[in-house]
Design a protein around this ligand. Structure first.
Ligand code: C5P
Length: 224
C-alpha cells in the first residue's frame, strides 16, 4: 500500500492536532505537530529575547535552536525537545500562545521550520497539522483538509484541555487569544493561513470527535 502525506490546516483550537494524532494512529502514520516547532522557537525567544525585526539577530538565534520530536516511552505521545530539553509542557502555556503568532510571522524563522518539516515528512506516511502545510510545506500533499469550528466551541474545547492540564484560565482569555492568533495568522505576509482550492473543508462545530476522525480517515483511504 502506498503512503501519502496528509496536510491538516486550520484556525487555532479547532481540533487539528487531536484529529491528526488519531488519524495517524489509525493509519500507522507518523504525526507531526508543526505548531509545536513555532511554539518551541517562541519559548526560546521568551527565555532569550532577540530582535525579531533584525535578520542577523534572528539568524544568530536560529543557530542556537535545535528542535526535535521524541516519543514518550510511557504512552507513545510526541514530546517536543528544545536543545535537548523536554519543553512539551512549557510550550503549551498561555505565555507562549500569546507570542507565538508574532514569532511565526518572521520569514527567516518560517524558512528554517519549513525546511525541517519537509525533511521530517520526506518519507511520506505522515499527518502534519498547521497553518501552511497544504499551501507551502507540502503543496503536493495527496490529501489536504481545512478544519474550522466556531470561535466559542473552540474556546470551550481549549479551556477543557488546559484545565485538564492544571491550568487556570478564563473562557474569555482563551477566546481572545484564539481570535488574535486567527487574525495574525490569516493576515500575515509570510505563508498566511488560507483554505487551498484543493482542500476539503471540515467544520467540526457540530461534530463528535470520532466522526471528524473517521471523515479524514475515509478520505485518506480513497487516496492511498
Ligand atoms: O497549532 P498551534 O495552535 O499549536 O500553533 C501555534 C501557532 O504557531 C499558530 O497560532 C501560528 O501562529 C503558528 N503556526 C504557523 N504555521 C504552522 C503551524 C503553526 O504559523 N504550520
Amino acid at each position: 500500500m502506498g503512503k501519502i502525506v496528509i496536510a491538516i490546516d486550520g484556525q487555532s483550537g479547532c481540533g487539528k492536532s487531536s484529529t491528526a494524532k488519531a488519524v495517524a494512529k489509525s493509519l500507522g502514520y507518523t504525526y507531526l505537530d508543526s505548531g509545536a516547532m513555532y511554539r518551541a522557537v517562541t519559548y526560546y525567544y521568551l527565555q532569550n529575547p532577540f530582535d525579531l525585526g533584525d535578520a542577523e539577530s534572528v539568524s544568530r538565534a536560529l543557530e542556537n535552536v535545535d528542535i526535535e520530536f521524541r516519543l514518550n516511552p510511557e504512552d507513545g505521545s510526541q514530546l517536543t525537545f528544545l536543545n535537548g530539553e523536554n519543553v512539551e509542557a512549557q510550550i503549551r502555556q498561555m505565555e507562549v500562545s500569546k507570542s507565538v503568532s508574532k514569532v511565526a510571522a518572521v520569514k527567516l524563522i518560517r524558512e528554517a521550520m519549513v525546511a525541517q518539516q519537509r525533511k521530517l515528512g520526506a518519507a511520506k506516511g505522515v499527518v502534519m497539522d498547521g497553518r501552511d502545510i497544504g499551501s507551502v510545506v507540502f503543496p503536493d500533499a495527496a490529501l489536504k483538509v481545512y478544519m474550522t469550528a466556531d470561535l466559542e466551541t473552540r474556546a470551550k474545547r481549549r479551556l477543557r484541555e488546559l484545565s485538564a492540564d492544571g491550568g487556570v484560565y478564563s473562557l474569555k482569555e482563551i477566546q481572545k487569544n484564539l481570535a488574535e492568533r486567527d487574525k495574525l495568522d490569516s493576515s500575515r505576509e509570510e505563508s498566511p493561513l488560507v483554505k487551498m482550492e484543493d482542500a476539503v473543508e471540515l467544520d467540526t462545530s457540530e461534530l463528535k470527535f470520532e466522526d471528524q476522525v473517521n471523515f479524514v480517515i475515509d478520505l485518506a483511504r480513497e487516496r492511498i
